[in-house]
Design a protein around this ligand. Sequence first.
Ligand code: ADP
Ligand code: MG
Length: 348
Amino acid sequence: MLEDKNQERTSLEKLGEFGLIEHLTKNLPVHQKSTEKGIGDDAAVLDFQNQKTLISTDLLVEGVHFDLSYMPLKHLGYKAVMVNLSDIYAMNARATQITVSIAVSNRFPLEAIEALYDGITLACKNHKVDLIGGDTTSSTTGLLISITAIGKADESNIIYRSGAKPNDLLVVSGDLGGAYMGLQVLEREKEVFKVNPNSQPDLEPYSYIVERQLKPEARKDISGLLQVLGVQPTSMIDISDGLSSEILHLCKNSEVGCNLYEDKIPLDPTVISSCEEFKIDSTMVALSGGEDYELLFTVDQKDFDKIKGNPNLSIIGHMTDASEGSHLITRGNTKIPLTAQGWNSFQS
Ligand code: ADP
Ligand code: MG
Protein backbone atom coordinates (compact mmCIF):
# COMPACT_ATOMS: atom_id res chain seq x y z
CA MET A 1 0.00 0.00 0.00
CA LEU A 2 2.99 2.28 0.47
CA GLU A 3 4.28 1.58 -3.02
CA ASP A 4 4.38 4.43 -5.52
CA LYS A 5 2.87 3.08 -8.75
CA ASN A 6 4.39 5.86 -10.88
CA GLN A 7 7.99 5.32 -9.92
CA GLU A 8 10.60 4.45 -12.56
CA ARG A 9 11.53 0.83 -13.16
CA THR A 10 14.98 0.03 -14.49
CA SER A 11 15.42 -3.71 -14.97
CA LEU A 12 18.29 -5.39 -13.13
CA GLU A 13 19.10 -7.52 -16.19
CA LYS A 14 20.01 -4.38 -18.11
CA LEU A 15 22.55 -3.41 -15.47
CA GLY A 16 24.05 -6.83 -14.72
CA GLU A 17 25.54 -8.00 -11.40
CA PHE A 18 28.75 -5.97 -11.58
CA GLY A 19 26.93 -2.87 -12.76
CA LEU A 20 24.53 -3.22 -9.86
CA ILE A 21 27.27 -3.65 -7.24
CA GLU A 22 29.16 -0.70 -8.63
CA HIS A 23 26.02 1.43 -8.73
CA LEU A 24 25.07 0.59 -5.14
CA THR A 25 28.49 0.97 -3.59
CA LYS A 26 30.08 3.95 -5.34
CA ASN A 27 31.19 6.88 -3.15
CA LEU A 28 30.77 5.06 0.16
CA PRO A 29 32.41 7.06 2.95
CA VAL A 30 34.85 5.45 5.40
CA HIS A 31 34.23 6.32 9.07
CA GLN A 32 36.52 3.87 10.85
CA LYS A 33 40.31 3.92 11.12
CA SER A 34 40.20 0.12 11.35
CA THR A 35 38.89 -0.15 7.76
CA GLU A 36 42.10 -0.54 5.74
CA LYS A 37 40.39 -1.81 2.60
CA GLY A 38 36.63 -1.86 2.02
CA ILE A 39 34.73 -2.78 -1.12
CA GLY A 40 36.58 -3.47 -4.36
CA ASP A 41 38.96 -6.36 -3.85
CA ASP A 42 38.50 -10.05 -3.16
CA ALA A 43 38.34 -9.40 0.58
CA ALA A 44 38.21 -6.43 2.93
CA VAL A 45 41.15 -5.76 5.27
CA LEU A 46 40.60 -4.61 8.87
CA ASP A 47 43.05 -3.70 11.63
CA PHE A 48 41.85 -3.64 15.25
CA GLN A 49 45.35 -3.51 16.73
CA ASN A 50 45.10 -4.74 20.33
CA GLN A 51 41.30 -4.81 20.58
CA LYS A 52 39.02 -7.84 20.37
CA THR A 53 36.92 -8.33 17.24
CA LEU A 54 33.21 -9.17 17.54
CA ILE A 55 31.15 -10.68 14.74
CA SER A 56 27.42 -11.26 14.47
CA THR A 57 25.26 -12.22 11.51
CA ASP A 58 21.54 -12.32 10.66
CA LEU A 59 19.54 -13.61 7.72
CA LEU A 60 16.24 -11.98 6.73
CA VAL A 61 13.86 -13.72 4.33
CA GLU A 62 10.89 -12.09 2.61
CA GLY A 63 7.61 -13.56 3.81
CA VAL A 64 9.26 -14.90 6.99
CA HIS A 65 10.92 -11.86 8.56
CA PHE A 66 9.38 -9.01 6.62
CA ASP A 67 6.35 -8.20 4.49
CA LEU A 68 6.95 -5.69 1.70
CA SER A 69 3.26 -4.78 1.50
CA TYR A 70 3.73 -2.42 4.47
CA MET A 71 7.51 -2.37 4.92
CA PRO A 72 9.03 0.26 2.60
CA LEU A 73 12.40 -0.97 1.27
CA LYS A 74 14.30 1.98 2.71
CA HIS A 75 13.00 1.10 6.17
CA LEU A 76 13.81 -2.54 5.60
CA GLY A 77 17.43 -1.66 4.78
CA TYR A 78 17.67 0.50 7.88
CA LYS A 79 16.10 -2.12 10.13
CA ALA A 80 18.22 -4.96 8.75
CA VAL A 81 21.34 -3.04 9.81
CA MET A 82 19.87 -2.13 13.24
CA VAL A 83 19.06 -5.76 14.02
CA ASN A 84 22.75 -6.59 13.55
CA LEU A 85 24.23 -3.55 15.30
CA SER A 86 22.00 -4.30 18.28
CA ASP A 87 23.81 -7.63 18.74
CA ILE A 88 27.19 -5.88 18.81
CA TYR A 89 25.92 -3.25 21.29
CA ALA A 90 24.54 -6.08 23.45
CA MET A 91 28.16 -7.19 24.00
CA ASN A 92 28.99 -3.64 25.18
CA ALA A 93 31.14 -3.26 22.04
CA ARG A 94 31.36 -0.62 19.33
CA ALA A 95 30.08 -1.49 15.85
CA THR A 96 32.59 -0.66 13.14
CA GLN A 97 31.80 -2.43 9.85
CA ILE A 98 29.07 -4.44 8.11
CA THR A 99 28.84 -6.67 5.06
CA VAL A 100 25.57 -6.94 3.15
CA SER A 101 24.62 -9.89 0.95
CA ILE A 102 21.44 -9.92 -1.06
CA ALA A 103 19.56 -12.33 -3.29
CA VAL A 104 17.03 -10.55 -5.54
CA SER A 105 14.49 -11.75 -8.07
CA ASN A 106 13.96 -9.77 -11.27
CA ARG A 107 10.56 -8.74 -9.89
CA PHE A 108 12.57 -5.94 -8.23
CA PRO A 109 13.65 -2.99 -10.37
CA LEU A 110 16.91 -1.14 -9.73
CA GLU A 111 14.96 1.62 -7.96
CA ALA A 112 13.77 -0.84 -5.31
CA ILE A 113 17.29 -2.03 -4.55
CA GLU A 114 18.45 1.59 -4.47
CA ALA A 115 15.79 2.31 -1.84
CA LEU A 116 17.02 -0.67 0.19
CA TYR A 117 20.59 0.65 0.01
CA ASP A 118 19.44 4.18 0.91
CA GLY A 119 18.25 2.72 4.20
CA ILE A 120 21.43 0.69 4.65
CA THR A 121 23.69 3.70 4.00
CA LEU A 122 21.62 5.95 6.28
CA ALA A 123 22.00 3.39 9.07
CA CYS A 124 25.76 3.26 8.41
CA LYS A 125 25.97 7.05 8.52
CA ASN A 126 23.96 7.39 11.74
CA HIS A 127 26.01 4.71 13.50
CA LYS A 128 29.40 5.56 11.92
CA VAL A 129 29.76 2.07 10.48
CA ASP A 130 31.51 1.20 7.20
CA LEU A 131 29.92 -1.00 4.52
CA ILE A 132 32.96 -3.07 3.51
CA GLY A 133 31.60 -5.79 1.24
CA GLY A 134 29.01 -8.40 0.53
CA ASP A 135 27.69 -10.58 -2.22
CA THR A 136 24.97 -10.19 -4.82
CA THR A 137 23.07 -12.98 -6.46
CA SER A 138 19.70 -13.75 -7.98
CA SER A 139 16.73 -15.45 -6.38
CA THR A 140 13.81 -17.17 -8.10
CA THR A 141 11.16 -15.61 -5.88
CA GLY A 142 11.64 -13.21 -3.00
CA LEU A 143 14.24 -10.98 -1.48
CA LEU A 144 16.83 -12.28 0.95
CA ILE A 145 19.22 -10.11 2.97
CA SER A 146 22.09 -11.32 5.08
CA ILE A 147 24.07 -8.79 7.10
CA THR A 148 27.19 -9.41 9.14
CA ALA A 149 28.17 -6.80 11.71
CA ILE A 150 31.71 -6.42 13.00
CA GLY A 151 32.69 -4.58 16.15
CA LYS A 152 35.53 -3.97 18.54
CA ALA A 153 36.00 -3.74 22.29
CA ASP A 154 38.65 -3.85 24.97
CA GLU A 155 38.61 -7.35 26.36
CA SER A 156 37.72 -6.11 29.87
CA ASN A 157 34.60 -4.29 28.59
CA ILE A 158 32.92 -7.20 26.82
CA ILE A 159 29.75 -8.33 28.60
CA TYR A 160 28.46 -11.87 28.11
CA ARG A 161 25.10 -13.43 28.87
CA SER A 162 26.75 -15.55 31.54
CA GLY A 163 27.85 -13.10 34.26
CA ALA A 164 24.67 -12.50 36.30
CA LYS A 165 24.74 -13.38 40.03
CA PRO A 166 21.89 -13.93 42.51
CA ASN A 167 20.67 -10.55 43.92
CA ASP A 168 21.86 -8.61 40.85
CA LEU A 169 19.29 -6.07 39.64
CA LEU A 170 17.60 -6.64 36.27
CA VAL A 171 17.52 -3.48 34.14
CA VAL A 172 16.05 -2.67 30.71
CA SER A 173 16.57 0.37 28.46
CA GLY A 174 13.67 2.28 26.84
CA ASP A 175 10.20 0.78 26.75
CA LEU A 176 8.77 -2.51 25.52
CA GLY A 177 5.98 -3.85 23.32
CA GLY A 178 5.90 -0.96 20.83
CA ALA A 179 7.25 -2.88 17.84
CA TYR A 180 4.68 -5.65 18.27
CA MET A 181 1.76 -3.24 18.60
CA GLY A 182 3.02 -1.31 15.57
CA LEU A 183 2.90 -4.58 13.64
CA GLN A 184 -0.70 -5.16 14.78
CA VAL A 185 -1.70 -1.73 13.45
CA LEU A 186 0.08 -2.33 10.11
CA GLU A 187 -1.47 -5.81 9.73
CA ARG A 188 -4.91 -4.33 10.37
CA GLU A 189 -4.40 -1.60 7.78
CA LYS A 190 -3.22 -4.21 5.28
CA GLU A 191 -6.52 -6.10 5.68
CA VAL A 192 -8.53 -2.87 5.32
CA PHE A 193 -6.56 -2.03 2.19
CA LYS A 194 -7.30 -5.48 0.66
CA VAL A 195 -11.03 -4.77 0.98
CA ASN A 196 -10.83 -1.12 -0.09
CA PRO A 197 -7.67 -0.18 -2.03
CA ASN A 198 -8.67 3.50 -1.95
CA SER A 199 -8.62 3.71 1.84
CA GLN A 200 -6.08 6.14 3.27
CA PRO A 201 -4.96 4.88 6.66
CA ASP A 202 -4.58 7.46 9.43
CA LEU A 203 -1.56 6.14 11.25
CA GLU A 204 -0.82 9.43 13.03
CA PRO A 205 -2.18 8.32 16.44
CA TYR A 206 0.02 5.25 16.17
CA SER A 207 3.16 6.95 14.88
CA TYR A 208 5.33 5.96 17.86
CA ILE A 209 4.56 2.24 17.69
CA VAL A 210 4.58 2.11 13.87
CA GLU A 211 8.03 3.69 13.94
CA ARG A 212 9.17 1.17 16.56
CA GLN A 213 8.20 -1.56 14.07
CA LEU A 214 9.42 0.03 10.84
CA LYS A 215 12.42 2.06 11.98
CA PRO A 216 13.91 0.66 15.19
CA GLU A 217 17.04 2.26 16.57
CA ALA A 218 19.74 0.03 18.06
CA ARG A 219 20.90 1.33 21.48
CA LYS A 220 24.38 2.57 20.63
CA ASP A 221 24.00 5.11 23.46
CA ILE A 222 23.62 2.71 26.39
CA SER A 223 27.27 1.67 26.55
CA GLY A 224 28.35 5.32 26.88
CA LEU A 225 25.59 6.05 29.38
CA LEU A 226 26.70 3.17 31.61
CA GLN A 227 30.27 4.38 31.39
CA VAL A 228 29.22 7.88 32.51
CA LEU A 229 27.21 6.36 35.38
CA GLY A 230 30.20 4.21 36.34
CA VAL A 231 28.27 0.97 36.00
CA GLN A 232 29.66 -2.23 34.46
CA PRO A 233 26.79 -4.70 33.89
CA THR A 234 27.40 -8.29 34.92
CA SER A 235 25.47 -9.75 31.95
CA MET A 236 23.68 -8.34 28.91
CA ILE A 237 21.49 -9.32 25.93
CA ASP A 238 19.41 -7.42 23.39
CA ILE A 239 15.65 -7.83 23.20
CA SER A 240 14.85 -9.27 19.81
CA ASP A 241 12.37 -12.00 20.78
CA GLY A 242 10.54 -10.57 23.82
CA LEU A 243 11.47 -9.88 27.43
CA SER A 244 10.51 -13.30 28.73
CA SER A 245 12.68 -15.31 26.36
CA GLU A 246 15.66 -12.96 26.83
CA ILE A 247 15.41 -13.19 30.64
CA LEU A 248 15.43 -16.97 30.33
CA HIS A 249 18.58 -16.76 28.16
CA LEU A 250 20.34 -14.71 30.86
CA CYS A 251 19.14 -17.10 33.57
CA LYS A 252 20.24 -20.21 31.68
CA ASN A 253 23.64 -18.83 30.67
CA SER A 254 24.33 -17.36 34.14
CA GLU A 255 22.80 -20.28 36.09
CA VAL A 256 20.52 -18.03 38.14
CA GLY A 257 16.79 -17.50 38.62
CA CYS A 258 14.81 -14.26 38.35
CA ASN A 259 11.88 -12.34 39.80
CA LEU A 260 10.39 -9.91 37.29
CA TYR A 261 7.85 -7.38 38.60
CA GLU A 262 4.89 -6.73 36.29
CA ASP A 263 4.32 -3.19 37.59
CA LYS A 264 7.92 -2.22 36.76
CA ILE A 265 7.80 -3.13 33.04
CA PRO A 266 8.19 0.15 31.07
CA LEU A 267 5.35 0.75 28.58
CA ASP A 268 4.76 3.78 26.38
CA PRO A 269 1.23 5.30 26.70
CA THR A 270 0.62 4.46 23.01
CA VAL A 271 1.34 0.80 23.76
CA ILE A 272 -1.13 0.84 26.65
CA SER A 273 -3.89 2.53 24.60
CA SER A 274 -3.40 0.32 21.54
CA CYS A 275 -3.44 -2.79 23.74
CA GLU A 276 -6.81 -1.64 25.10
CA GLU A 277 -8.05 -1.05 21.55
CA PHE A 278 -6.87 -4.48 20.33
CA LYS A 279 -7.95 -6.16 23.59
CA ILE A 280 -4.48 -7.59 24.20
CA ASP A 281 -2.78 -7.73 27.58
CA SER A 282 0.09 -5.23 27.58
CA THR A 283 2.24 -7.39 29.88
CA MET A 284 1.92 -10.30 27.43
CA VAL A 285 2.97 -7.97 24.62
CA ALA A 286 6.09 -6.86 26.51
CA LEU A 287 6.93 -10.44 27.50
CA SER A 288 6.40 -12.07 24.12
CA GLY A 289 6.16 -9.35 21.47
CA GLY A 290 9.77 -8.95 20.43
CA GLU A 291 11.64 -6.72 17.97
CA ASP A 292 12.05 -3.89 20.48
CA TYR A 293 15.88 -3.96 20.22
CA GLU A 294 16.30 -2.57 23.72
CA LEU A 295 19.11 -3.80 25.97
CA LEU A 296 18.46 -6.03 28.99
CA PHE A 297 21.22 -6.33 31.57
CA THR A 298 22.04 -7.09 35.17
CA VAL A 299 24.01 -4.93 37.61
CA ASP A 300 25.31 -5.44 41.13
CA GLN A 301 22.98 -4.22 43.95
CA LYS A 302 25.57 -1.59 44.92
CA ASP A 303 24.83 0.22 41.63
CA PHE A 304 21.15 0.79 42.54
CA ASP A 305 21.57 4.51 43.23
CA LYS A 306 23.41 5.08 39.94
CA ILE A 307 20.58 3.51 37.88
CA LYS A 308 17.54 4.58 39.94
CA GLY A 309 15.50 7.39 38.35
CA ASN A 310 17.44 7.44 35.07
CA PRO A 311 14.86 8.18 32.34
CA ASN A 312 16.57 5.75 29.92
CA LEU A 313 16.65 2.79 32.32
CA SER A 314 14.10 0.81 34.35
CA ILE A 315 14.87 -1.63 37.15
CA ILE A 316 12.35 -4.41 36.55
CA GLY A 317 13.44 -7.19 38.86
CA HIS A 318 16.31 -9.06 40.45
CA MET A 319 18.13 -12.32 39.96
CA THR A 320 17.78 -15.17 42.46
CA ASP A 321 19.31 -18.53 43.14
CA ALA A 322 18.77 -20.91 40.19
CA SER A 323 16.76 -23.25 42.44
CA GLU A 324 14.04 -20.58 42.82
CA GLY A 325 13.31 -20.54 39.06
CA SER A 326 12.20 -17.56 36.94
CA HIS A 327 8.92 -15.86 37.71
CA LEU A 328 6.71 -12.91 36.94
CA ILE A 329 5.34 -11.27 40.09
CA THR A 330 1.99 -9.83 38.95
CA ARG A 331 0.32 -6.62 40.11
CA GLY A 332 -1.96 -8.83 42.20
CA ASN A 333 1.16 -10.35 43.80
CA THR A 334 0.81 -13.82 42.30
CA LYS A 335 3.90 -15.64 41.09
CA ILE A 336 3.75 -17.05 37.53
CA PRO A 337 6.59 -19.04 35.93
CA LEU A 338 8.16 -17.22 32.97
CA THR A 339 7.95 -19.18 29.72
CA ALA A 340 9.69 -18.48 26.44
CA GLN A 341 6.74 -17.54 24.28
CA GLY A 342 8.89 -15.16 22.33
CA TRP A 343 8.46 -14.80 18.64
CA ASN A 344 9.85 -17.92 17.04
CA SER A 345 10.65 -18.16 13.33
CA PHE A 346 9.70 -21.85 13.27
CA GLN A 347 6.18 -21.30 14.54
CA SER A 348 3.59 -21.05 11.80
P1 ADP B 1 33.75 -11.98 -5.90
O1 ADP B 1 33.36 -12.43 -7.25
O2 ADP B 1 35.20 -12.04 -5.59
O3 ADP B 1 32.87 -12.54 -4.82
P2 ADP B 1 32.12 -9.67 -6.25
O4 ADP B 1 32.17 -9.26 -7.67
O5 ADP B 1 30.96 -10.45 -5.76
O6 ADP B 1 33.49 -10.40 -5.90
O7 ADP B 1 32.25 -8.37 -5.37
C1 ADP B 1 33.10 -7.31 -5.68
C2 ADP B 1 33.19 -6.37 -4.52
O8 ADP B 1 31.91 -5.83 -4.23
C3 ADP B 1 33.65 -7.06 -3.23
O9 ADP B 1 34.41 -6.09 -2.51
C4 ADP B 1 32.37 -7.37 -2.52
O10 ADP B 1 32.56 -7.45 -1.13
C5 ADP B 1 31.50 -6.17 -2.92
N1 ADP B 1 30.06 -6.49 -2.96
C6 ADP B 1 29.44 -7.44 -3.70
N2 ADP B 1 28.10 -7.43 -3.49
C7 ADP B 1 27.86 -6.46 -2.58
C8 ADP B 1 26.70 -5.96 -1.95
N3 ADP B 1 25.47 -6.46 -2.19
N4 ADP B 1 26.82 -4.94 -1.06
C9 ADP B 1 28.05 -4.45 -0.78
N5 ADP B 1 29.18 -4.85 -1.36
C10 ADP B 1 29.12 -5.85 -2.24
MG1 MG C 1 30.82 -12.35 -4.85
